[in-house]
Design a protein around this ligand. Structure first.
Ligand code: SF4
Length: 348
């Protein structure tokens, strides 16, 4: 019997991995490839990535380079580097995504063949992007269609798991174990609800965010991320003002999430995680700060890079959560005093 050896395609565990990996993985596996992912982010990966990237670039991109180098040690036949241009009507991704395959080709040698996927919803449907990718692997239209349909189905299941409250990693575990119709159980918490918002690659990579979620959960806080919110809220375009329009795709999602969360009366605070040197993040940080101030919602932004110290970040988070707990206690006591005080005491 001849055992067919599958070709291996490497996917860096960075950038849009934290959004589309279940879709990509299913697609390539259905096309007969073995999917190999780089190791979890760590200081060695960021240090190696920094040798290829220019100094002023954001940490997610430095990590992307480091993950590519990490994959080279895994004996892969191809490397997948997608080009996401536009994923919602009227918006563009950040320029780093628009030119990602060109950037990588122009700055790194000795890479195996790069398999691309150009996603530009202004010009072509998603299925056309799948055909472009499948053709580079010499697959037939029939094979590509079948792989694409299964990938989309897996992706929708994965997204719905996150809407039900699972984290990225928990939802991935369900997908990897092929568990169908999974229903998560609610977690116990201390009544403090905090949303942690930002790009998926900052939110779901514990190395970048310095295990922020572990810390919040150890404090028994109920944590909500953008992916846990109803999918319908991302279908409408956000309005900033009549003259100021947002045209960044990722930030569009963040602003939709923030607008929704700011109307949620059960929300106690918001943490925005942004990358140092990120233009789009710094713009919306200013917008969120203004709205949070107007609505009197506790808000902090954590601007992170590879030099951020874990102790400093954790101290800020502890202080933020303590302040919210004290605020909530204060509100409760004031309410109880008002309810218990007999009306005669107010009559002077
Ligand atoms: S959106 Fe910001 S953090 Fe993301 S790749 Fe672009 S510059 Fe980097």
């Amino acid at each position: 019997m001849v055992v067919e050896i599958k070709k291996k395609i490497g996917i860096p565990r960075s950038l849009l991995y934290y959004k589309y990996f279940p879709l990509w993985k299913t697609f390539f596996e259905e096309l007969g490839l073995e999917v190999v992912v780089s190791d979890k982010s760590n200081s060695k990966i960021v240090e190696i990535g920094g040798r290829y990237a220019i100094d002023e670039i954001c940490i997610p991109l430095k990590l992307y380079y480091g993950h590519l180098v990490n994959l080279l040690e895994k004996d892969i036949d191809y490397i997948f580097v997608p080009r996401y241009i536009s994923t919602t009507f009227g918006t563009y991704m950040c320029p780093k995504f628009l030119g990602l395959p060109d950037l990588i080709r122009g700055t790194m040698d000795n890479l195996p063949p790069i398999i691309e996927m150009d996603v530009d919803l202004r010009k072509k449907p998603k299925y056309a992007s799948a055909i472009q990718t499948g053709r580079q692997l010499h697959r037939s239209l029939r094979q590509i269609r079948k792989a694409y349909e299964k990938a989309i189905k897996t992706y929708h299941y994965f997204r719905n798991l996150m809407v039900k409250g699972l984290t990225f990693q928990q939802a991935m575990n369900i997908i990897n174990k092929n568990i169908e119709n999974f229903e998560p159980k609610p977690r116990k918490h201390n009544g403090v609800k905090i949303a942690v918002i930002g790009h998926g690659y900052n939110i779901h990579d514990p190395f970048i965010n310095m295990n922020l979620f572990k810390k919040l959960r150890s404090m028994k806080v109920q944590v909500v991320t953008l992916e846990n919110l109803p999918l319908e809220i991302f279908k409408k375009q956000t309005i900033i003002t009549n003259t100021l329009k947002n045209y960044w795709g990722n930030e569009e999602e963040i602003l939709s999430a923030v607008n929704y969360l700011f109307q949620d009366k059960t929300l106690d605070g918001l943490i925005f995680i942004c990358s140092f040197c990120c233009g789009p993040d710094s713009l919306i940080d200013e917008l969120i700060t203004r709205d949070a101030k107007k609505l009197n919602i506790p808000y902090i932004s954590l601007v992170l890079d590879e030099h951020s110290g874990q102790a400093g970040v954790i101290t800020r988070i502890e202080a933020f959560v303590d302040m919210i707990i004290r605020k909530k206690r204060g509100q409760k006591i004031t309410k109880e005093v008002l309810i218990q005080t007999p009306p005669s005491q107010f009559q002077g």
